[in-house]
Ligand binder design. Structure first.
Ligand code: DX5
Ligand code: ZN
Length: 220
């Protein structure tokens, strides 16, 4: 059964000086999820936002907050992001924490848990977690910045993971994250992605363009 395609705009590409208004605008424009890129300047060479920012924008949207933690360590912050209003928390197995313990901690809060894997990480790392995760994020850029070029090797990873999800018989979402635009979105959907992160592409042109950008990504 093919899953419906969801658009998850990354607010990293939004105007941070009006973050609340941007979250409200992109939600009204038709986003399915709101992709929140959390970076600590240690796991990735960039710093963005923490739980207090997530809390401050929580009531500006009723959409799923798809929180992507590019931080290390992760464990000490999970409760804070849950309290801040995250609906999905995705962590990197490349971080030093015990991945199983982190995933269990997220699930203990009755929210969804995801694993995000970097371009240089073999997709097979997700195999031991297939009975607990709700989502896999395939990074199609090296994490840390928006506006980067799509890395084509992500396509084969999507295909392989899509097969693994099928085999698991579990309802696991497959998200692609980084460098997605109007030209390459169909190729990642065809490869099995059903949640599409797009930052630059959705936030281009200002608020009046957000609905058009999202609808164009949907192939309308
Ligand atoms: C990169 C982030 C991505 C990025 C996507 O570390 O995880 O979510 O913000 O932005 P675009 O769509 O502009 O590549
Ligand atoms: Zn991300």
């Amino acid at each position: 059964m093919t899953k419906s395609v969801k658009i998850s705009p990354s607010i990293l590409a939004s105007d941070f000086s009006q973050l609340g208004d941007e979250v409200a605008a992109i939600s009204e424009a038709g986003a399915d999820y709101i992709h929140v890129d959390v970076m600590d300047g240690h796991f990735v060479p960039n710093l963005t936002m923490g739980p207090s920012i997530v809390k401050s924008i929580r009531d500006r949207s009723t959409k799923v907050f798809d929180v992507h933690l590019m931080i290390d360590p992760v464990q000490p912050y999970i409760d804070e992001f849950v309290k801040a209003g995250a609906d999905i928390i995705s962590i990197h197995p490349e971080a030093k924490d015990d991945t199983s313990a982190c995933l269990a901690k997220i699930k203990a809060h009755n929210i969804k848990a995801g694993l995000a894997i970097n371009p240089d990480t073999e997709w097979e790392v997700i195999k031991p977690y297939m009975d607990i995760i709700d989502m896999v994020i395939v990074m199609s850029v090296h994490p840390g910045f928006g506006g980067q070029k799509f890395i084509p090797s992500a396509i084969d990873k999507l295909k392989a993971i899509s097969k693994e999800i099928e085999k698991s018989g579990r309802d696991i979402e497959l998200e692609i994250d980084g460098g997605i635009n109007f030209e390459n979105i169909q190729s990642v959907i065809d490869a099995g992605a059903n949640v599409i992160v797009a930052g630059t592409t959705t936030f281009t042109g200002g608020k009046s363009e957000y609905a058009n950008n999202i609808s164009k990504l949907r192939g309308n």
